[in-house]
Ligand binder design. Structure first.
Ligand code: TTP
Ligand code: MG
Ligand code: MG
Length: 439
C-alpha cells in the first residue's frame, strides 16, 4: 500500500465569490483515487470560518460594493448616505482622521495590504480609495446565528468558537466515510459541500472549511484555501502541507512563544517536529514542551465541546483623544455609564448575571491597568455594574491621561439562578454608595 494513504484535496465548490484571485479551480493534491477506502481516520473534525465576515455581511446590504476594497471600522457618521437620485455616497478611507483600527476588510482591500487591527490612517495610505463602513454588530450577531443554524441542519455536533467560527464533529454524519467512485474521501467532501451550500442558502455568505482528524489540524486547514475553500487533510499530509508553515499558524503558539522559537532557530512547524522533545521540554517546560512536540506532529485528542459557556462578557472603547481624569471627568463618567448600560444589555440578551466586575484602563504610553471587584451576589443591572466599577476606580492612581476604558463582567451564572434582590435604585440609597469614585 502506498505510504500516502489519504491525499489532501483542496478545491472550490463552485459557489462563486466574486474575487478574481479565486476564479481558477485549485487542486494541490495527489490524486485521491489510490487511497485505501478502509483506512479512514477515527474522527473527521471540521473547522468552519466565515470569509471576511463583517465585510461580507455589509456587502449583502450594499451589493454594489462587491469586488471593491471595503474596510469596516468607521464611526456611525461614516454610514453611507443615499442621495436624492437614489445613488449612494460612501465615506472614503482617505478622509479618515482618528485612532480607529480596521475591524476587517474585503479580500480586495487585503490585496492592497489592509488587514484587521491596522490603524485606519495607516490603512488609508495603502488604500485611499477604499470605502469605509461603520460596524453593525447586531447584523453580525444575526448572521452568526443564521449560519450556525444552517450548519446544524447538516451536522448537529457543533462547538461554538465565536462570532464567525465553529468546530463540527462529522464522525457520525451519515455517508461521511463512504467512498464516491474511486475517491475514498468522496463522502467527507460531499458533506463539506452540503454544509457550505446550506450556509450559502441561509445567509448568502461564503465560508471556508478545513476537515482533518482533529481540531488542531482543522483550524490550520480552514485557512489553507480561503476564501470559499474546502481543504481535506489526513495525517499523511502533515509533512507536505503543515511542516512548511510558520510556527504561528498553530493555534496555541502566540507571539511570545513564536519569538522564542524563532530565536532558537525554529521557524517552521517542521523545525519543531524535527527538534528533540527532551530539548523542547528543557526550553519550554514540561507541559508546553510536550505539547509543542505533539502539535507539530498533528496530534490532538480534544473533543468537540458542544455547550461552552462564556467566561466573561466585556465592552470597551478607545477615545478620539486622550482624556484627563479631572478635566474630562464628566465626559469620562458619561462614557463609563454607557459602557455599563451596554454590558447590562449584553447580559440580558444572553440571560446571564455576573459576580465579578473588572475595569481595564489604558493610559497614554500604552500602560494598561486592570482592577476587579467580586460581589456577594450576581448582578445584571447597569446601576449595579456602575457601582462595582466605582469601587474598582477608587483603587487606581490617575496620574496620566486615559486613552481606553473597558468594563468586564465575569463569574457568570444563568439569570434564572439569581435570587431576587432589592431593586438597584433602592440599594442606591445605601450610604456606601456616597463619595465613590473619581468619575
Ligand atoms: P476572522 O475570521 O479572523 O476574519 P474575517 O472573517 O474577517 O476574514 P477571514 O476570511 O480571514 O476569516 O474574524 C471574524 C470577524 O471578527 C471579522 O470579520 C471582524 C472581527 N475581528 C475583529 O473585530 N478584530 C480583529 O482583529 C479580527 C481579526 C477580527
Ligand atoms: Mg472569518
Ligand atoms: Mg474567525
Amino acid at each position: 500500500m502506498a505510504a500516502n494513504r489519504f491525499a489532501a484535496l483542496i478545491y472550490d465548490n463552485g459557489m462563486g465569490h466574486g474575487q478574481a484571485r479565486n476564479l481558477l479551480p485549485r487542486c494541490v493534491s495527489t490524486p485521491a483515487d489510490n487511497l485505501d477506502p478502509m483506512q479512514q481516520p477515527a474522527r473527521w473534525i471540521a473547522h468552519l470560518d466565515m470569509d471576511a465576515f463583517y465585510a461580507s455581511v455589509e456587502l449583502l446590504r450594499y451589493p454594489q460594493l462587491k469586488g471593491e476594497a471595503v474596510v469596516i471600522g468607521g464611526r456611525r457618521a461614516d454610514a453611507p448616505q443615499q442621495l436624492e437620485d437614489g445613488s449612494w455616497r460612501y465615506a472614503k478611507l482617505r478622509n479618515y482622521t482618528g485612532r480607529g483600527v480596521v475591524t476587517t476588510s474585503t479580500y480586495a482591500a487585503r490585496d492592497l495590504g489592509v488587514f484587521s487591527a491596522m490603524g485606519l490612517m495607516k490603512a488609508a495610505l495603502r488604500a485611499p480609495d477604499a470605502v469605509l463602513l461603520p460596524a453593525d454588530f447586531d447584523s453580525y450577531r444575526k448572521y452568526s446565528r443564521l449560519f450556525k443554524a444552517a450548519v446544524a441542519e447538516v451536522a448537529p455536533v457543533i462547538e461554538d468558537r465565536g462570532i464567525d467560527e465553529i468546530y463540527i464533529d462529522l464522525s457520525d454524519v451519515p455517508g461521511v466515510r463512504d467512498a464516491v467512485g474511486h475517491d475514498p474521501l468522496g463522502g467527507v467532501k460531499a458533506v463539506a459541500r452540503e454544509i457550505k451550500n446550506s450556509v450559502g442558502r441561509a445567509t448568502g455568505l461564503t465560508c471556508s472549511i478545513g476537515i482533518t482528524p482533529n481540531k488542531l489540524l482543522s483550524k490550520i486547514a480552514s485557512e489553507l484555501d480561503k476564501p470559499d475553500g474546502i481543504s481535506v487533510l489526513t495525517l499523511d499530509d502533515i509533512p507536505r502541507l503543515i511542516w512548511p508553515l510558520a510556527v504561528r499558524k498553530i493555534n496555541g503558539i502566540g507571539p511570545k512563544a513564536s519569538d522564542k522559537l524563532v530565536k532558537l532557530g525554529l521557524e517552521t512547524v517542521g523545525d519543531i517536529a524535527a527538534a528533540d522533545p527532551a530539548w523542547l521540554v528543557e526550553q519550554f517546560g514540561e507541559s508546553y514542551g510536550q505539547w509543542l512536540h505533539a502539535a507539530s506532529h498533528g496530534r490532538d485528542n480534544r473533543a468537540v465541546v458542544t455547550h461552552s459557556e462564556p467566561v466573561s462578557i466585556s465592552r470597551e472603547t478607545t477615545f478620539e483623544r486622550d482624556l484627563h481624569a479631572v478635566h474630562d471627568r464628566a465626559l469620562l463618567g458619561g462614557i463609563m455609564d454607557e459602557l455599563c448600560e451596554s454590558l447590562s444589555r449584553d447580559l440580558a440578551r444572553k440571560h446571564y448575571a455576573g459576580k465579578t466586575v473588572g475595569i481595564k484602563l489604558r493610559f497614554e504610553g500604552f500602560v494598561t491597568v486592570t482592577r476587579d471587584q467580586t460581589l456577594k451576589q450576581p448582578i445584571t443591572s447597569a446601576a449595579d455594574i456602575r457601582h462595582a466599577v466605582g469601587l474598582c476606580l477608587k483603587r487606581v492612581k490617575f496620574d496620566k491621561r486615559l486613552r481606553l476604558m473597558g468594563v468586564r463582567i465575569g463569574n457568570l451564572v444563568h439569570a434564572s439562578e439569581v435570587p431576587a434582590a432589592a431593586p438597584a435604585a433602592e440599594r442606591a440609597k445605601e450610604p456606601e454608595r456616597e463619595n465613590l469614585s473619581l468619575f
